[in-house]
Write a protein that binds this ligand. Structure first.
Ligand SMILES: Cc1cc2nc3c(=O)[nH]c(=O)nc-3n(C[C@H](O)[C@H](O)[C@H](O)COP(=O)(O)OP(=O)(O)OC[C@H]3O[C@@H](n4cnc5c(N)ncnc54)[C@H](O)[C@@H]3O)c2cc1C
Length: 531
């Protein structure tokens, strides 16, 4: 959507094609029974990218801060400013008094990373500034910042190892290590994971839900003369003819294509017949590489409508809450035990899988979002909507589905999450639930068509197959086919909303630099018949 907005702003003819009824993918909100919920990301981080983009496009989005609370068992702290790091240290020390020195060591590193983050996001991202005309920005901000940025990038790149391995070098207490890292994806680069304390302070929430960002961009694209076509899924790309084909057989010609969905899908559906052999062989190499990688972790999310006022929840924690009901930590439950469970899945009894699920839900860390605590208009008066999620493995849901008990498993999962949360932090959930429903990695795969239901692009378990160094982000949008560019969560790693926006802008710039003639739209005979 960012790419579409920027290209249409320059008067190019743009068609944005989206498979769902509504645009935005994982930046999406929906309403049920008067409750507003967010289907994907729960709040947004500026990261020096989103506000500059909104400013640059003249989008006026009404936003509020989305403060974060952290909790372990009965101990909860509210992250208000940099001093909250001290409160975090005290919380960890009260919980793990035997590990004081290790806690101090890890906090020292988090503090160091926060200083790097201050540099990294210290100025508005120059990509969204008018560098030709804004001399003041260049002289006063960009030039003084550049040397610090270059120095910091070097330091960041040295912390690219998996967070688990990194923590292993400073923390011996396995529970403490888990509590700090278990709500990150497996093998998340240490810098990215440990930078989250800075990001907690950066979260904001558009009034009405995160989906308002997508609505605003869609309106802007329309204002600039761009066209949006929803409920249209691209199932084939004919590269030599420069056309894409949708599920109804309708074809759309393009001069430049920006692919902002799953990259594996692009390479699976692209037909490169007719291209020069050098380009084809480069394409085949990239295809082989990409198809051998998996999407990263996915989530299980429980949506709950509760007949209890927001005030009861406000007394406990902010509307964005990372909560761990047990200080024990997941240990081997998530990765090794689950891995074994999956290898021998067919031999396991249902009870064994459910008993693993008991442990998994009891020992995990939850991301709990209460939209009404950020914007009271998101819940009916006197009631509260909760979004409770935890990282979940796609393969488990797929195997359960293949074994024919997906719906049952989903209900069992919901029951366990509710039990854990109502027996710990929100006891009022026990009696007051009006309705509940959930989404799984399979739901995410179906809705946004992402490999393995991934929510932030590539898995970190193998070296990622795309650009992953900030200084080379400009190249992340290139594909092996000259008129096709890539953007979004699969184009750069680690990903998230800000990088999707940034790559959208970078892809738009590449298209605009080519100064292509106006967009041409071709229709086949079949299209005309369908229309
Ligand atoms: C629970 C949760 C928490 C998260 N927390 C954070 C966070 O704290 N910070 C953060 O930065 N990020 C977070 N994320 C991740 C973030 O939401 C995503 O990485 C980001 O929104 C991806 O945006 P995107 O536009 O690149 O891709 P997507 O959202 O996947 O959009 C791709 C779009 O393409 C459409 N599409 C796919 N295939 C086709 C096709 N063949 N034809 C037509 N259309 C197609 C899809 O329907 C979708 O609308 C979170 C996500 C979740 C689910």
């Amino acid at each position: 959507m960012t790419a579409a907005a920027y290209v249409s702003r320059e008067g190019q003819k743009v068609l944005l094609i989206e498979k769902n009824k509504e645009c935005g993918g994982l930046v999406n909100s929906f309403s049920r029974d008067g409750f507003h919920f967010d289907a994907g990301v729960r709040a947004l981080e500026d990261a020096g990218i989103i506000f500059p983009m909104l400013n640059d496009l003249g989008i006026d989005l009404e936003v509020v801060k989305s403060p974060v609370s952290l909790g372990i068992e009965n101990e909860i702290i509210h992250i208000e400013n940099l001093d909250s790091l001290t409160a975090y240290r005290e919380l960890l020390k009260r919980t793990y008094p035997e590990s004081e020195a290790e806690i101090d060591a890890v906090l020292k590193i988090i503090r160091k990373i926060m200083r790097h983050m201050d540099v990294l996001y210290g100025i508005e991202n120059p990509v969204f500034k008018d560098l030709k005309h804004d001399k003041r920005f260049i002289l006063k901000k960009l030039l003084p910042w550049l040397p610090k940025f270059i120095l910091t990038v070097g330091k960041i790149n040295r912390m690219n190892m998996p967070v688990e391995d990194y923590l292993e070098t400073i923390i011996k207490n396995p529970s403490l290590k888990d509590i700090i890292s278990q709500h990150f994806f497996k093998n998340t680069p240490a810098f990215f994971a440990l930078s989250y304390f800075s990001l907690y302070l950066d979260y904001f929430y558009p009034k009405g839900g995160v989906g308002k960002l997508s609505d605003a961009l869609k309106n802007k694209i329309g204002e600039y003369g761009g066209e949006t076509k929803t409920e249209t899924k691209i199932i084939e790309v004919r590269v030599d003819k420069c056309i894409v084909i949708d599920q109804e057989g309708v074809t759309y010609g393009y001069d430049n294509l920006i692919w902002a969905a799953d990259l594996k899908k692009l390479y699976q559906i692209a037909d490169t017949d007719g291209l020069p052999s050098k380009t084809r062989s480069k394409f085949e190499n990239d295809k082989k590489k990409l198809l051998s990688h998996r999407g990263g972790d996915s989530v299980f999310t429980l949506f709950v409508e509760v007949d209890e006022p927001l005030e009861s929840f406000r007394k406990i924690a902010h509307g964005h809450f990372f909560y761990t009901p047990s200080k024990r930590g997941l240990g081997e439950t998530h990765w090794n035990e689950l891995k074994n469970l999956l290898i021998h899945f067919e031999k396991n009894k249902k009870e064994e899988i459910l008993s693993w699920l008991d442990k998994f839900t009891q020992l995990n860390t939850y991301e709990i979002s209460i939209p009404g605590l950020k914007d009271p208009a998101c819940a009916p008066i006197g009631k509260t909507g909760l979004i409770i999620s935890l990282l979940a493995e796609y393969d488990l849901f797929r195997k359960v589905q293949d074994a024919g008990w997906y719906d049952e498993f989903k209900t069992e999962f919901e029951n366990r999450v509710l039990n854990v949360i109502s027996n710990s932090i929100y006891p009022m959930l026990k009696e007051k639930i009006i309705a509940r429903f959930s989404s799984t990695p399979i739901s995410i795969e179906n809705r946004i068509a992402s490999s393995e239901g991934a929510i932030t692009g590539w898995s970190f378990e193998k070296p990622v197959p795309v650009v992953n160094k900030i200084q080379f982000s400009d190249r992340s949008v290139l594909t092996s086919i000259p008129s096709i560019f890539q953007a979004g969560q699969w184009a750069y790693s680690p990903a998230g909303v800000p990088m999707s926006v940034l790559t959208g802008r970078l892809a738009a710039d590449r298209v605009l630099k080519k100064k292509t003639p106006k967009f041409s739209r071709k229709k086949t005979k079949q299209t005309l018949r369908l229309v």
